[in-house]
Design a protein around this ligand. Sequence first.
Ligand code: XIL
Length: 367
Amino acid sequence: MSIKAYSRRHFLAGTASAAALTVFGTGELSGVSAFATPLEPSPGANLIPYGAAVRSDALAADPSYRAAVIANCQLVVPESELKWLELRPTRDEYRFEKADAIVDFARQNGIEVRGHTLAWYGALPKWTESIATRAEAERELIDHIETVVSRYKGAIPSWDVINEPLVDWPESAGSLRPSIWAKRLGTDYLRIALETTAAVDSDARLVLNEYDVEFAGPRFAARRKALIELLRSLRDRDVPLHAVGLQAHLFADRGIDRDGLQSLLSQIKALDLDVWVTELDVIDYELPGKIGERDALVAGVASRFLEAVCEVVQPKAILTWGLSDRYTWVPIYFKRRDGMPNRPLPLDAELKRKPLFDVIEQFRHKV
Ligand code: XIL
């Protein structure tokens, strides 16, 4: 389906959105989406909003999961549905059905949506490898951002515009991951992506999202140093940016560098940037099998992380990368050797609250 064909259907009769709604198969979702209508203000003014990454297929097929998302989340972020791989299976095609389904679900339930992500090295369709020149890369990146961000203007008020820009062990702010964007555009891809998003939706909060910045050890110290340099260089060039996303994929057997993290956060604050916790979970593949012990270790590391963060800044929101252990990305990369299921998230696979849930609740109270 071409973009034009899709937009025509979408704007003439809302057919495409109506089709997306039926994906969830509920009578209550009978309205046609009107993405331009602002959301109700989120509840709990004295609480930091909590949210989770969600999956459109699970929301459609699993009513108890869906109910748990509605009951617990003030925000959701599509786990994959807004990545290039999902939106752009071929160069000439935009497939919005799954992302629309999440946006409609959120709207119907008074939940806010975050966008993830516009410029990342991961989840790129194969065809992007054939982008051969600087001009072509710039055109593709700008077209993509214009199309996607304008479609969800008013419906997605914050975007992880840039995801994971730095290599694992950076020497400097220039140590960018060798994505097609960095390869063809160098560091300029950051500016292009951020400026384009700001130009299309001047109200959107623009976030640069990074991982592995909270732990003790030289690699993580190098990442903190490169990240702050990168943020300063964007600021020096007047590139629009509002916030840093701390992914916070924690490991219960890695220590949090409280001083290092707090110094990074102070420097972020000094640049007048907000902080979001965007993808919190605790990777438990090397923890003891016993559930009680494991859940306590998971909650403990999250508590040490959130305490360090909240002593310096009040995050705009705390999101976990998934809500329930029933649906988590962790076993894709960090399967346990004992064959037991991973338990990285606030609700267990039966959707019951775990100690991690209580820890997050505790840090949601604004001081
Ligand atoms: C992960 C998804 O959870 C998986 O389902 C997918 O296969 C790969 O990507 N950091 C990010 C997320 O910014 O986009 C990643 O999501 C997890 C790590």
